[in-house]
Design a protein around this ligand. Sequence first.
Ligand code: MN3
Length: 215
Amino acid sequence: MKNTYPFKKIELPYAYDALEPYIDKETMMLHHQKHHQAYENNLNDALKDYPELHDRTLEELLTNLEDLPEAIRTKVRNNGGGVYNHNVYFAVMGPTNHEVKGNVKVAIEKKFGSFENFKKEFKAAGLGRFGSGWAMLVKTREGDVEIITTPNQDVPNLNEVVVLLPMDVWEHAYYLKYQNKRGDYIDNFFNVVNWDEVERRFNTSNTINDFRYDI
Ligand code: MN3
């Protein structure tokens, strides 16, 4: 089934306090109920007067921004990206399955030498993203993994990569608990990654047509 307008934010597959003590309940509630809700609302608001766009998936909208009316292009880019990135972010965290395994483990070790080295590089990417944005582990068409970063709520080229593990480094993702210490948040992010879900995404997405945020 095509996932089209009106777009919905993901419902958390765990409780708001399930990621304690690494990510606190209040941060999770604000992040999901306020920030993520705002992206959903603003995206649907941008599209509501454009019925000709209502059969497009979020991936189709985000990979063809230049086709959109100029009046809503930036709003769709920012808020559509917000919906997309957060739907994956919230889905790949959880209270269990914190050991990397399977094909994604093999791909990570092939690319980065070791899982420990991957963590080091992922942290450096998150710290190096100036201002607000994302660090992401993505899968390429060749089946390899790479680390990328994007500014604001931008998504990578979804015709080229599958987003496996996006890490939100906007201050709203960590400021209540970690204040300015982004590095401490990143260290603890690894304590809440649900690697079973990352592995499922790695195995499910092999072709361009499978590049869906709700897989
Ligand atoms: Mn966020």
